[in-house]
Write a protein that binds this ligand. Sequence first.
Ligand code: 5RP
Length: 232
Amino acid sequence: MATDLRRADQEKEAAARASLRFIKSGQVVGLGTGSTAASFIRLLAEQVKNGLLIRGIPTSVRSRELAESLGIPLTTLDESQEIDVTVDGADEVDPELRLIKGGGGALLREKVVASATKYLVIVADAAKQVPRLGKFPLPVEVIRFAQALVAKKIAALGADVRLRLQANGTPYVTDESNHIFDCRFGEIADADNLARQLSDMPGIVEHGLFIGMASTVLLAKGDEIVELHRQH
Ligand code: 5RP
């Protein structure tokens, strides 16, 4: 178990390192959230110290604090609505490069940043690759006012719906002050259709299905980096 965790950490760092070649001076760079994205932010900071000129747009308060602490110059979506490259992690990746994201609770800002990004690079350890999405519970961000109604509607689609809690038992609150449902669908037969159904549900701010967004996925498998490109 401890060895598996160590291997996963090494793979995360290897995938993050492999993504550095997508970053060029002068770019606006989206900074993802999660442990793999944090690895990327740390490696990017080293490049910045060595003269790389970029401005970052973080996808969470956590990533902003990390980037700031490491001296990465930052900008905001208010200043710049075009992001050249974003590097982010994922909870699951299927063969069509559809993703489940939001395990780290930042799916809303992550999707907004991804939607403004010309080239989205996903970095992940081998365990994230799946033949079909759905083993990982799908995170769905909801406004609190609507949460009971939304929970009922998602359950009617066949999911076991659980409000995400913090260690102290109180609900997890996102950077945009919403709550998150973790929805266990099991294998999702039609992810595109489910994404549409969730997007159409009033009260849901965003869901963790990222479809047609990733340009490239860098999967670290032991010492090897497998590069997957989305076919159009
Ligand atoms: C955060 C995310 C993360 O990218 C995802 O949870 C993967 O995290 P990690 O790199 O720690 O495995 O979507 O909202």
